[in-house]
Design a protein around this ligand. Structure first.
Ligand code: G4P
Ligand code: MG
Length: 181
């Protein structure tokens, strides 16, 4: 078995459900959900099942179409037309992974310029590693559903054969003795 970290759709759903409980339990009452595309789209839709708020989508990429790293995160699509909607609001920002933190921190910085009440950051996975960038002090609620070592995560939406992908997660959990959530 390879050294990748496989995550099935069922696991994604349960991780998001846990995040919803954590954020509500912290006393945060979100007005809007902002999804960072593309990895944050599916988690955002799932969280809406537990916290029913409007979803705004932003697209930011650290890679060009040729998969080469850009110098800095770049907006692919942005929410200029709804910037006013974030003023004074509690924003729940969601993405799939906190890796170098570069994309996430850039997005947080841009959203803060719209003067929201507060931004809470939720991710499915935080990789335990030295981050390239830190969050600004305005971020007081940061919730990763799972903290993992620095491995490449295989998300279900990238799978070409979803049955094989789900089976690989099952085998990985069996081999590592990790408990399925
Ligand atoms: P971060 O702020 O969330 O840490 O993101 P970072 O800039 O470090 O990551 C650059 C891109 O690499 C992001 O994709 C991120 O989702 C992706 N990435 C990082 N680690 C993993 C991993 O272990 N597995 C997978 N599948 N992707 C990973 P992006 O440019 O935002 O594109 P998209 O895939 O979200 O569309
Ligand atoms: Mg992403």
């Amino acid at each position: 078995m390879d050294d990748k970290f496989y995550v099935s759709y069922n696991t994604v759903h349960k991780l998001v459900k846990n995040l919803a409980a954590k954020i509500l339990g912290s006393g945060f009452d979100p007005d809007v959900i902002v999804a960072i595309g593309s990895g944050g789209f599916i988690p955002a839709r799932i969280i809406k099942t537990f916290i029913n708020r409007p979803i705004y989508a932003v697209g930011i990429s650290y890679y060009g179409v040729d998969k080469k790293h850009r110098d800095h995160p770049t907006k692919i699509q942005w929410i200029d037309e709804v910037a006013d909607q974030l003023r004074g609001k509690n924003v729940l920002l969601i993405d799939e992974v906190d890796d170098t933190r570069a994309t996430l921190a850039y997005c947080v910085g841009e959203l803060l310029s719209y003067k929201p009440q507060e931004i809470a950051v939720l991710v499915l996975h935080n990789k335990l590693k030295k981050k390239d960038v830190e969050f600004p002090p305005e971020i007081r609620r940061y919730y990763p559903a799972l903290e993992i070592e620095d491995k490449w995560i295989k998300y279900p939406w990238d799978a070409e054969d979803i049955d094989e992908h789900t089976e690989l997660e099952r085998r990985m959990l069996e081999e590592t003795g990790e408990v399925r959530i």
